[in-house]
Design a protein around this ligand. Sequence first.
Ligand SMILES: C[S@@+](CC[C@H](N)C(=O)[O-])C[C@H]1O[C@@H](n2cnc3c(N)ncnc32)[C@H](O)[C@@H]1O
Length: 278
Amino acid sequence: MRTQVIKPRIREILSRELPPDLLALLPKRWVKLGDILLLPLRPELEPYKYRIAEVYAKVLGVKTVLRKGHIYGETRKPDYEILYGNDTITVHVENGIKYKLDVAKIMFSPANVKERVRMAKVAKPNELVVDMFAGIGHLSLPIAVYGKARVIAIEKDPYTFKFLLENIQLNKVQDRMSAYNMDNRDFPGENIADRILMGYVVKTAEFIPKALSIAKDEAIIHYHNTVPEKLMPEEPFATFKKIAREHGYEAEKINELRIKRYAPGVWHVVVDIKVFKK
Ligand SMILES: C[S@@+](CC[C@H](N)C(=O)[O-])C[C@H]1O[C@@H](n2cnc3c(N)ncnc32)[C@H](O)[C@@H]1O
């Protein structure tokens, strides 16, 4: 993932075509996923958007340019406008992991990079890890590739699931990583996981009872959620602990990290939690 500073060449080409006040509004930073560019564009640049995208694409050597939108809904789908090119599928390489995805339809957050990299180091070989919200394998591919752990990845969206299956092959971890295209609430495994990934936001607490039923009597859960800053640091662990107790588990917070600002005054955080059956 590279967020870069504007190249003089882009400015030079567009200075011949744009009024000077608009030139100053050209995006100075962008995100490149594989050979696709995500470009934030100010509304003032609307009349020139296709030409601007074309120049960025040629100078930066990408096949497609998307205008950044928002991530929305239960399956966390991004909302992008295609400004240049038409192929939105790419293979993005991060930390030596190959992530194939459709950038226009599947979220891949630059701000979550630290967490994806951290996951490469948390698991031990032969642990059984269950990723309840696998996506394209954002968090669980690093575990299978570097941690050499066994991974079960669950993803409910059929389109995202296709990329998850491809990524397991691309990263050559099919001997230890398998995937299920289902709602994790229908996953039949009980008392099997040494470690559980709950990489989801907003409603993650609803899935705590299911996570506990998948967990072994003693397990680690990487619990993500979004939390208003004024409730931190008690939340989100306090709610997790309460629900765990109601289901016969004790919970101990091992570590907590802020991943990114999710909305004004709201953080996406991850808490590493040890659970024990009482
Ligand atoms: C926001 S993405 C996160 C991917 C990855 N865990 C991360 O943190 O980068 C969440 C994924 O969970 C999937 N999902 C949402 N609800 C689910 C459920 N009940 N069962 C299985 N997958 C679900 C969505 O389709 C989406 O691909």
